[in-house]
Design a protein around this ligand. Sequence first.
Ligand code: NAD
Ligand code: KPL
Length: 304
Amino acid sequence: MTTWHVLGAGSLGILWASRLARAGLPVRLILRNPDRLNDYRNAGGLRLTENGQTHLYRIPAELAQADTPIRRLLVACKAYDAENAVAQVASRFAESCEILLLQNGLGSQQAVASRWPAARCLFVSSTEGAYRQNGFHATFAGQGQNWLGDPNDSTAPAWLEDLAAASIPHRWTTDIMGRLWHKLALNCAINPLTVLHDCRNGELRAHPQALDALCDELAALLVANGYPELAAGLAEDVRQVIEATAANYSSMYQDVHAGRRTEITYLLGHACSTAALIGLKVPHLDGLHRRLQTLLDRRGLPRD
Ligand code: NAD
Ligand code: KPL
């Protein structure tokens, strides 16, 4: 059985590693430094809380410098850490290594795929939710779906059976880029405005003109990238997400309020840079990007 190496033991890393391990699959965690490995050993394993019940999973852990070969790597870092984190373990890649990239937004996945062309890179678009309580303890916070796909190869890998055995919801798609672009467009329409207006998703109902202007530009970007059918439904999809998540704070809002670095470069930044590259004018997205960066500067958070 191929071992699942999980790079990054944050919210999603804990969620995936725990479920794989409890299905009896071989899992190893790769932690970022000796202090964290020491903390992990003191914690005795990963803890995952689901439906109010907490279980401990004693999953073996190691550092990037370990010498066992890596055949399947699940990258569960933030988008801004992904490429560097993969670089730390790349010397251990076995022939025909597979890399699953769980990052939100776009840009980090392509960076990894183009730097390690011999590995098969699978992109994942996840709508599951988890948050970290402390150290190595995460809480499963929202049912969702994991869409998996490979932009260069439509063949589904046989190991999707592992995900089924671990009860990890998943669907294979031959259009993972469409899935990721659609989620990116939703996130660009909603998340930055919730930060700038300091509000829950539902309160964006009070800003229909701003939403319409952003949706028009995001739809043009989707068309330019080959997704006219996603573009046609975007404004309605944004309204539906706002209704369905009205009481929630967006993930970017939560990052900013917790003083955490955001994934802005891989969301709004990626939308604006892609538009610039193809010569598409997106003044509202560019303006939103600048206002968001100014707010991040004021809060002492990285602007990229
Ligand atoms: P997180 O911050 O909770 O976890 C990331 C972990 O990666 C941290 O523990 C960090 O220490 C570790 N890390 C960073 N660099 C490393 C390195 N070089 N070596 C080893 N570990 C390293 O993040 P998360 O919430 O799990 O999110 C991961 C990705 O999944 C993000 O792109 C996020 O947008 C996406 N996502 C998260 C959720 C969610 O509910 N949490 C849902 C959908 C998508
Ligand atoms: O994915 C989201 C987020 O908060 O990051 C939603 C709920 C779709 C809002 O954009």
